[in-house]
Design a protein around this ligand. Sequence first.
Ligand code: ZN
Length: 253
Amino acid sequence: MARGAELKADPSAQLRLLDVQELDARADQLRHRLASMPEHADIAAARAQVQDLDNLALDARTRVEDLTADQEKADADVEVVKARRTRDRDRMDKGLITNPKDLERMQQELVSLERRISTLEDEEIAVMEQLEEAQRELADFTEQSRAAREKGAALVASRDAKTAEIEAELATIAAQRGPAAEGLPADLLALYDKLRASKDGVGAAALRARECGGCRLSLDAGELAAIRAAPEDDVIRCAECQRILVRTPESGL
Ligand SMILES: [Zn+2]
C-alpha cells in the first residue's frame, strides 16, 4: 500500500528532487570509479615488485662485492706461490744449489708448487665464474627494477589523468546540484538523504509505466488507484522499498 500524506511537497519540487537524485547518482558513480580504478591495485603491485627487485639487486650487489674480494684474494694467493716458484727457479738457474739432496728437495718443492698453483688457479676460475654470474644477476635485477619503476610511473600518470578527469566531472555536478536542490523543502530533502543513506544511494524514484524506478517492482491496481486518488502534493512512498515515489507524466496513472 502506497502511503502518502505524511509529508507534503509541491509536485514541481518532487520532480526537481528527481533531478537532484540523478545528479547524486552520477556523482556516486564517479566516486565509485575513482575508488575502483584498476590502477590502484596495479600501482601497489608495481611498487611491491620494485621493492622485491631492489632487494634482489641489493643481494646480488653484496655477492658481487664479496666475490670481487674473493677473486682479488685468489689472485694474490696465486701470485705469492708463483713468486716463490720464480725465486726457487732463479736459485737453481744461478747454480746456487749444489748439494744433490738440496737440489732434489728443491725439485720436489717445485712440483708441489706447480700443483698448488694449478689448484689455486682452478679456484680463481671458479670464483670468477661465480662473480660473472652475480654480475649478470645484478644487471638483470637492476634492469627489471628500472622497467617495473617505469611501468609504475606510467600507471601513476594514468591514474592521475583519470582522477583529474573524474574530479572535473564531479565539480561540474557539484555546481549543478546546488541550484537543483535550492528551495526544495527541508523535510523532503531530509527524508531523501535518510533514504539515500540506507538504500544504495537511491532515495527518490520516478513512478514510470506503473513501476517503481527504485525497486523495479510493478504496483498493483489497488496501489495505483490509491496514488491516483492522492492529492498531487502528497509525497508518495513505494510500499515495497519505501523510497519516495514521484509521479511523472509517464507514470501510467
Ligand atoms: Zn520501490
